[in-house]
Design a protein around this ligand. Structure first.
Ligand SMILES: CC(C)(COP(=O)(O)OP(=O)(O)OC[C@H]1O[C@@H](n2cnc3c(N)ncnc32)[C@H](O)[C@@H]1OP(=O)(O)O)[C@@H](O)C(=O)NCCC(=O)NCCS
Length: 182
């Protein structure tokens, strides 16, 4: 199993089928899905398909959302990572987008920010890009706080399949000059 990064409290590695129960606990929670299509999963089968899709992305793109594992308990507490877009979105194409999702019981502990710092370090060092993007529901205050702490700039609200969606970007130069400590 490939480990991509390690932080003070977390290990970031590829998601595996052994993470199924943890992802089901997270993704069947309506509060977790409130600002992401509001359609929590109802069956283990849906999670199996998600993990298959991620394994395909690891193979094709070398990167995708990673499992975030608590070093002390070995629990997979959620995922965080870069998704490669090779289809146009909001006038951009061939770009990486940062995303994160955690079990509700692990919100408010700084894990989204801590994992994202390691991911952005990895992205700007290993992928040949000068910008990384992020998108979020304008009402998703928790997510927007994470992006702001990381140094992302809000650019505009655009129409994402009928839903108003906020578009953020982080320049490599900004990251190198203003990287947060954690
Ligand atoms: C979005 C989401 C990942 C944010 O998680 P989060 O836990 O609120 O984010 P952070 O990791 O930045 O932690 C937040 C708080 O932990 C607190 N915290 C507690 N212990 C901490 C520690 N040791 N280190 C750092 N922060 C700590 C911080 O004070 C911070 O609050 P603040 O920003 O008000 O100061 C989470 O709400 C989630 O999973 N939502 C559902 C899925 C979703 O909407 N994903 C985003 C789609 S765009």
């Amino acid at each position: 199993m490939k480990i991509f990064a390690e932080t003070e409290r977390l290990i970031l590695r590829e998601l595996e089928h052994t993470d199924t129960n943890d992802l089901f606990e997270m993704d069947s929670d309506p509060e977790v899905h409130l600002y992401i299509e509001n359609n929590p999963v109802k069956s283990i089968d849906e999670i199996t398909k998600v993990i298959e899709m991620l394994k395909k992305q690891y193979k094709e793109n070398g990167i995708a959302r990673w499992a975030v594992v608590d070093k002390l308990t070995n629990e997979c507490i959620g995922w965080s990572g870069l998704k490669y877009f090779n289809q146009p979105l909001n006038k951009n194409n061939n770009f990486y987008e940062l995303g994160y999702r955690f079990k509700k019981k692990h919100w408010g502990k700084g894990y989204a920010t801590e994992s994202s710092i390691a991911i952005l370090d990895y992205g700007f060092s290993n992928l040949n890009v000068d910008k990384i993007f992020a998108i979020t529901d304008p009402k998703n205050v928790n997510s927007k706080k994470v992006l702001s702490k990381l140094g992302f700039d809000f650019k505009e609200t655009f129409d994402y399949e009928g839903d108003p969606t906020d578009w953020f970007e982080l320049k490599k130069t900004t990251w190198e000059n203003k990287k947060p400590n954690r």
